[in-house]
Design a protein around this ligand. Structure first.
Ligand code: GAR
Length: 217
């Protein structure tokens, strides 16, 4: 069984989707620890409700990024973590951390990478006038939101969307693709070849999306 360490900073709805998948039997994994940089993150309450060990490491305790990351690595290794899952963790990890878990760190980002990396994504998507957005689960490399892509989900952008309505639509899909990506990893079905992730026996989507739809379709 795969041992996970989940890193959070906020509400933890993605953490919840992973917990639910494990408890529902569709993901053969255990969460050894939920680690947060924010002592007030609601994600910590979610973990505690399910009897999952929590750990808070604040920036105040370790102001230097490398020191912070060394401490986080120590906690995760002590818990026997095999896959690090970033679920709304709002810190950038340094090479000190990333080199300890080669291709063993996943992140979820609320856009169709490589479009709209970084922060304040939904506002930027709407301002740009994109007709589609979505979410991406990817392996973490030493760049920001640049690592090899595992799964993406696409959602339409509507003319009347606000950043909040778009965020909600995308979040629902995040909750579907993140547990699935972890499941593929746990089944040993992911290999990284250069920039690409190969999925053994992947079931790939067919068909085309057009938004707004073409007349008479
Ligand atoms: C999610 O939308 C996730 O994609 C995003 O933070 C949110 C966390 O929500 N992550 C990033 O923007 C990372 N750059 P949650 O705490 O409810 O899972």
């Amino acid at each position: 069984m795969l041992t996970l360490g989940v890193l959070v900073s906020g509400s933890g709805t993605n953490l919840q989707s992973i917990i639910d998948s494990i408890e529902g039997g569709s993901l053969d994994a255990r969460i050894a620890v939920v680690l947060s940089d924010n002592p007030r993150a609601y994600a910590l309450e979610r973990a505690k409700k399910h009897g999952i060990k929590t750990c808070v490491i604040t920036k105040k305790e370790f102001p230097k990024r490398e020191d912070y990351d060394r401490k986080a690595v120590e906690v995760l290794k002590d818990c026997g973590v095999e896959l690090v899952v970033l679920a709304g963790f709002m810190r950038i990890l340094s090479p000190v951390f990333i080199r300890e878990f080669p291709w063993r760190i996943m992140n979820i980002h609320p856009s169709l990478l490589p479009a709209f990396p970084g922060l304040d994504v939904h506002r930027k998507v709407i301002e740009w006038g994109a007709r589609f957005s979505g979410c991406t689960v990817h392996f973490v490399d030493e760049g920001v939101d640049t690592g090899p892509i595992i799964i993406q989900a696409v959602v339409p952008v509507r003319d009347d969307d606000t950043p909040e309505t778009l965020r909600q639509r995308i979040l629902q899909e995040e909750h579907r693709i993140y547990p699935e990506a972890i499941r593929l990893f746990s089944e040993g079905r992911l290999t990284v070849e250069g920039r690409r992730v190969r999925i053994k026996d992947g079931r790939f989507c067919e068909g085309v999306l057009i938004n707004p739809t073409v007349r008479d379709e």
